[in-house]
Design a protein around this ligand. Structure first.
Ligand SMILES: [Zn+2]
Length: 279
């Protein structure tokens, strides 16, 4: 199956939920810390693995080092959402995609134009907050402060708006996202595989009929998806969105023609009746 054919499946779906995975940000030029090479570089540079540095424990005990890492390896990497995210936004606009769930931190779906997004692990822009008074700070404040960004009032380190390892995820948000998956008849897994923690977590709630998986490369569990497309989301999804747009336009044109037809018929009816009465 290709992107265009996938459009046919999505077009028939009643409720589609997308789980957008790590490969999607990697395609847009973000260097994932889960990439082995990157992880190795980080460990050499900081003396700790990315998992160790990106943790609540590290944030609490070595805040300055944490922020050095957060600025250089996370905030400095921020890029623009690419064609795959634009395609998701288009699909949402067309009413074919109901929401997107992700735990990536860059808020790409929303920045591309999606409105219904669940950022499970927060994002770099929102909820950068003082743990004491709750005052919010911008991403730029965190990025541009020399060492540790402090709350202007309380002088304590601002906590970034992302969930660090060892911290509780937002349970309310998780529940809402799980409810969305439970409503879906189609689950679109984009740039991930069936065995990631996030996908496994949500599969439990899915009672629909179509599990569609798109990712570049191969994973032993790919065959368990109902539909598997091997390739880049940035190539497949735009093709899908384009075809969906065409299908929607055709549908709209058909509806318009039918309406016109009915209007003509209605306009003719009184005339015919009049004829009948005269005769
Ligand atoms: Zn404060």
């Amino acid at each position: 199956m290709n992107g265009k054919e996938l459009a046919g499946v999505l077009y028939k779906s009643k409720y589609t939920v997308c789980i957008s995975g790590r490969e999607m940000i990697v395609e847009d030029g973000i260097d994932s810390m889960r990439n082995l090479e990157t992880a190795y570089e980080i460990e050499t540079k900081y003396g700790y693995s990315p998992e160790e540095v990106f943790s609540a424990r590290f944030f609490n005990t070595r805040t300055e080092q944490f922020y050095e890492f957060y600025r250089e390896e996370v905030l400095a990497q921020d890029k623009e959402p690419g064609p795959a995210y634009q395609a998701l936004a288009k699909m949402e606009e067309l009413g074919v995609l109901q929401c997107t769930i992700t735990r990536q931190l860059f808020d790409f779906p929303r920045r591309a134009g999606c409105h219904h997004v669940y950022n499970l692990h927060g994002n770099i822009f929102e909820r950068n907050a003082c743990p004491r008074c709750g005052k919010l700070y911008s991403m730029e404040y965190l990025r541009d402060s020399g060492k540790v960004p402090l709350c202007e009032k309380c002088r304590v380190p601002v906590h970034p708006g992302v969930t660090l390892l060892g911290e509780m995820v937002d349970i309310g948000l998780m529940t809402e996202a799980a409810d969305e998956v439970a409503k879906a008849d189609t689950l679109l897994l984009a740039g991930t595989n069936l065995w990631t923690e996030t996908v496994q977590q949500f599969l439990k709630y899915f009672h629909g009929t179509n599990i569609i998986l798109i990712h570049d490369g191969h994973h032993f569990a790919d065959k368990d998806a109902d539909i598997f497309l091997s390739g880049k989301c940035s190539e497949i999804l735009p093709e899908t969105a384009k075809e969906l747009e065409r299908l929607k336009k055709t549908e709209a044109a058909k509806a318009e023609n039918m309406e016109k037809g009915e209007a003509v018929e209605k306009a003719m009816r009184p005339g015919r009746k009049a004829d009948c009465m005269e005769s």
